[in-house]
Design a protein around this ligand. Structure first.
Ligand SMILES: Cc1cc2nc3c(=O)[nH]c(=O)nc-3n(C[C@H](O)[C@H](O)[C@H](O)COP(=O)(O)OP(=O)(O)OC[C@H]3O[C@@H](n4cnc5c(N)ncnc54)[C@H](O)[C@@H]3O)c2cc1C
Length: 690
């Protein structure tokens, strides 16, 4: 007992404790009160010098997507309904049910129709998906599985008869669905080599029979399957029985619509066994399940027949001659999911960077002797952790926005050249951005010290929920290999005079320049003007990519003679991954430079230029060994790059508060107490019951 407590107080502790507990729970359930954006924190001590002044409003409106109002509508809807907000402490089953209620409310009450937007305006769909993910990442993924994966497979792999039959049910959530590709023994991207589920055509009954031939073929991790899904697009090998000496013919993997639960009773349908994949380290609002099929019969019409069809008499037709071509066409139609993951991942990075930067400006620790403490963002080590990350967030913003625009364009125009570009870019950006964000979420947690570990500050849930972005919709290591494969194909095409994709156009003009010996004079240039020249920066990125590409070709040729193509690829795998990352970095930089040049307001342009220079030089410095090895950069230039990078990092620190404000994230999105600027501590003490 507290020695100062009086006798009367003794009857009170339980009431006080109860009141405090209720207060605490209500804070968890009801969002923290929203503050009007407070004036920028005062710049502290050493960071005042040479602060770049810029018009934050103009930068915000340049960054602000065209669909900000639609996003705000989503956020307002949830903000005004506390019972639909995900509390911090919640069990898996409650979380799943809440997520389902959130999705229903979004579509049926708020009348927001994400599935419709996939068809009418894909960019709007991605914006809505990002906002929904800001409510709860589980909700964003549940929506993505239903609309983009299940709905997208019906739209893109099916034909008119499928759209006519399923569109309304998918749109209004009556037909909640799953996308069942992964099997226990094989992940999403090796389905051409390993998927075992079979769909055998029965000519007598005009049906397909879906079977799981062994335990390794059980569909695993399938989102919406454990509890809520009514249908699944099941990926299976299409088998035609010829009843002659030829035996069965495997026509390759196709998608089939399989009802899994009764539309009225919600009972699992005969022949289907569903199990729950259980508690996960994140995304527990999504009900992932495992599906086994035992002679499940579905009508022939349920084959998603855009790339291959079976007639009533069992004849197979396709405009694409080989299993591999059909596989590639099918995969190509499923890139939308990756575009969405890349753009949402940048959204989460913005939230984490905003929380970490705002808190780091506010938090003060040791200063010079007998002088006031300094903001922790004044420590060089802290700047090194957060400022290149802030610059990367800006860089990724523009690169993913361009990807979304390109994706929307191919959906409208079906421009073949652009389609190839979007495939490689979506694989590359999804893997590069999600890997970067995953690491950064940990860094942001650490940059906020102990308070970063409090669940209410969101960094833990962001980190755990986002982590799997690196794996699903194609494991990042596997996707980067697709990018490398595409680059090798482009390289071959170039030397055979074929067309190059839009993003690779620079090879046409300058491959030879990039591959010639570095110029010993420019290798010594070290002035800030030169190092901050976008031409120097982009040339350096592209030089590295071109060299990696050329040396990969030479190594693959050499090894394939003795080890065959698989062995050669495997011996060069790390090299190929570095090549893919280098390429993606050059694409990101090119888009950032373009965005700086197109920015209409001069002061915002200057701020963006500063951030872009930091992005470019930090990357060059990170890989300085490569540049030094080939004398692209002489020792004096390497030193100058390092010094300038530190200087730019310091300059960006001076405007870091404004730069995160310019992301223009609504307060509801950054609702962690640590992101509340000067009110952070008040929020925090209130939260623990003071
Ligand atoms: C929460 C969650 C939700 C999911 N939702 C769905 C869903 O709705 N529908 C669906 O169909 N699937 C879903 N998945 C499955 C997901 O797509 C797969 O987990 C993913 O494709 C990776 O496959 P895998 O798990 O078999 O990993 P593996 O492919 O076995 O990978 C394991 C490790 O091996 C490495 N590796 C694998 N192949 C190579 C290679 N060729 N070269 C170098 N390294 C390699 C990978 O980098 C990885 O580190 C989900 C998974 C999770 C966890």
């Amino acid at each position: 007992m507290n020695p100062n407590q009086t006798v009367e107080d003794e009857s009170q502790p339980s009431i006080t404790a109860m009141t405090r507990r209720i207060q605490r729970l209500s804070i968890h359930l009801t969002p923290l009160p929203l503050f009007q954006p407070s004036p920028q924190l005062n710049m502290l001590t050493c960071a005042k010098a040479n602060k770049l002044e810029f018009d934050k409003g103009s930068l915000s409106s340049y960054m602000r997507g065209k669909y900000r109002e639609s996003q705000e509508k989503v956020l307002e809807f949830f903000k005004s309904r506390p019972y639909l907000q995900t509390p911090i402490e919640i069990s898996m089953n409650e979380h799943r049910e809440l997520c389902m209620r959130q999705l229903m409310a979004l579509v049926r009450e708020a009348k927001i129709k994400p599935f419709r937007y996939i068809v009418e305006d894909p960019a709007k769909y991605f914006a809505i998906a990002e906002a929904v993910g800001n409510i709860d990442i589980s909700l964003g993924i549940k929506l993505g599985v239903h609309c983009s994966l299940w709905g997208g497979s019906v739209l893109n792999l099916g034909t008119k008869k499928h759209r006519d039959k399923y569109f309304d049910g998918i749109d209004n959530l009556d037909y909640l669905g799953c996308f069942a590709m992964t099997e226990l023994h094989h992940g999403e991207l090796c389905f051409h080599c390993g998927l075992q589920t079979i769909a055998t055509f029965d000519r007598i009954t005009d049906e397909f029979i879906i079977d799981t031939p062994n335990d390794g073929a059980i569909k695993w991790w399938i989102g919406n399957a454990a509890v809520h899904g009514k249908f699944a697009t099941v990926f299976a090998k299409l088998i035609l029985t010829t009843h002659d000496s030829k035996g069965d013919s495997d026509m390759g993997v196709h998608g089939f619509i399989v009802p899994i639960r009764d539309l009225k009773t919600h009972q699992t349908l005969p022949g289907i066994e569903i199990h729950d994949c259980g508690h996960k380290i994140g995304l527990n609002g999504v009900d992932n399940g495992a599906l086994r099929f035992c002679s499940v019969r579905i009508p022939r019409d349920n084959l998603l027949n855009r790339f291959g069809d079976v007639s009533r008499d069992g004849k197979y037709t396709s405009s694409l001659p080989t299993i591999n071509k059909r596989f590639a066409a099918m995969l190509g139609e499923l890139v939308g999911g990756r575009v969405g993951l890349a753009s949402s991942s940048v959204g989460f990075l913005k939230i984490a960077v905003t929380i970490a930067v705002r808190y780091s400006l506010l938090r003060q620790q040791f200063g010079p002797p007998k002088q006031p403490e300094v903001s922790i963002l004044d420590y060089q080590s802290h700047q090194h952790k957060l400022m290149p990350m802030l610059a990367s967030t800006y860089a990724f913003h523009f690169a993913t926005r361009d990807l979304v625009d390109k994706y929307s364009e191919i959906k409208k125009t079906h421009n073949e050249q652009l389609v190839g570009d979007v495939h490689a870019l979506s694989a590359g950006l999804k893997s590069y951005v999600t890997s970067y964000t995953a690491k950064s979420l940990s860094t942001c947690r650490e940059a906020c010290g102990g308070h970063g570990y409090a669940a209410v500050n969101r960094l833990g849930s962001l980190r755990n929920d986002h982590d799997i972005f690196q794996t699903f919709e194609g494991d990042n290591t596997v996707l980067l290999q697709q990018v490398a494969g595409d680059l090798l194909k482009q390289y071959k095409d170039k030397f055979q005079g074929g067309p190059l994709s839009v993003t690779w156009n620079y090879l046409r003009e300058s491959m030879n320049t990039y591959l010639s010996q570095p110029n010993p004079v420019t290798a010594r240039w070290e002035s800030a003007d030169h190092l901050r020249d976008p031409k120097f920066q982009l040339d350096a990125f592209r030089y590295r990519t071109s060299r990696l590409l050329q040396s990969a070709v030479a190594r693959l040729r050499k090894h394939s003679k003795t080890h065959g193509s698989f062995g050669a690829w495997n011996r060069c795998l790390n090299h190929l991954l570095t090549l893919a990352e280098s390429f993606i970095e050059s694409v990101i930089l090119a888009k950032f430079i373009e965005a700086v040049q197109n920015c209409p307001d001069a002061s915002s342009r200057a701020a963006l230029k500063l951030v872009c220079d930091l992005y470019a030089l930090d990357r060059i410095w990170n890989d300085i060994g490569t540049y030094r090895n080939v004398d692209y950069v002489a020792p004096n230039k390497a030193k100058a790059i390092h010094k300038l990078t530190e200087y730019l990092s310091f300059q960006v620190r001076n405007i870091a508060g404004e730069l995160v404000d310019a992301f223009d994230l609504p307060p509801y999105v950054t609702r962690a107490p640590l992101a509340m600027k000067s009110e952070a501590y008040a929020q925090y003490t209130q939260l623990v019951g003071f």
